[in-house]
Design a protein around this ligand. Sequence first.
Ligand SMILES: [Zn+2]
Ligand SMILES: [Zn+2]
Length: 330
Amino acid sequence: MNALLLSAINQIAIAEQPTPKPEPGRSVIKVLASGLCGTDRHIYKGEYPSNKPVILGHEFGGVINSPSPDCKYSAGDLVSVDPNIVCGKCIDCLAGRTAFCPSLIALGVNMNGGFAQYALVPDTQLHKVSNALNPLHLAFIEPTACCIRGLDIAAMQGGEKVAVLGGGVMGQIVAQLSALANASQITMVTRQRARRELAISLGATDSVDPVEKEVESKLQNYDVVFECAGVVETFNLAQKIARRGGSIVVLGLTPEKTMVDFNPFQLVIKELRIQGSFLNPLTQRRAADLVDSGKLRLDPLISRTLSLLEVPEILNKPPGQSDVKYVVVP
Ligand SMILES: [Zn+2]
Ligand SMILES: [Zn+2]
């Protein structure tokens, strides 16, 4: 089979690899869609740790081709894959904080993933969806699971005024989840006009370009601010626009050594809550059901579909300015 193999930092190529065979506890799926994500770029450039050689791709799903003898699903079933494999026995796993499991390993990072025609997946990581689901939407279930974690942390009751900083795929999904959580106002804050218009068409109530003059006076008193850009400016802006008693939920990942401004006076007098949101602890099943329900509008988030052969070139150039998501169809 063909696969996108990372053999060393900055060395990626389509390679002929043996097609996996089912094993006890592990089934083979035919990959139907695999999302390309910022993390893949970081892994490729050596900015995020991974094993090598490894087949990349951690946002994927497909159809079961050869189930393991003990798999609860059957050949032909459509499945989403939770790429994050945990022990299930440590203190963090038992407390539901699976993202902190010290033995966490991920498909597409530490083990072969979804940028391949077939993938060998532990049965524990499979989540069945209906066969009527558009297979391209399988690529959105893992990012949606990460966004659901962010919404859980925000603990919205309905009626909140929400700001979403960043109009990439996470920001666009968080805005839609906020609408489903009955936010009264959802402001998309992003520099790219196309992304602002996209968010409005998908349910955001208003949008702001953060480089406009006096932007802070236009953005005031937000109950919840979702930081989905992972840059210093938005993190600083979030602290200014959150209302007293408000929450800032940080989903965007900055480079590891980045530091930001922080105002402890405002933190105290506003009683701000600032919390990070990491991975998809126990949210993959909910994300699979939500995507399956058709309540999220995902087609407008697909900027391009790619063949495997096109991926190395895409990884070698900077991401397109207003593009939201590339989905690889191996
Ligand atoms: Zn990702
Ligand atoms: Zn564990």
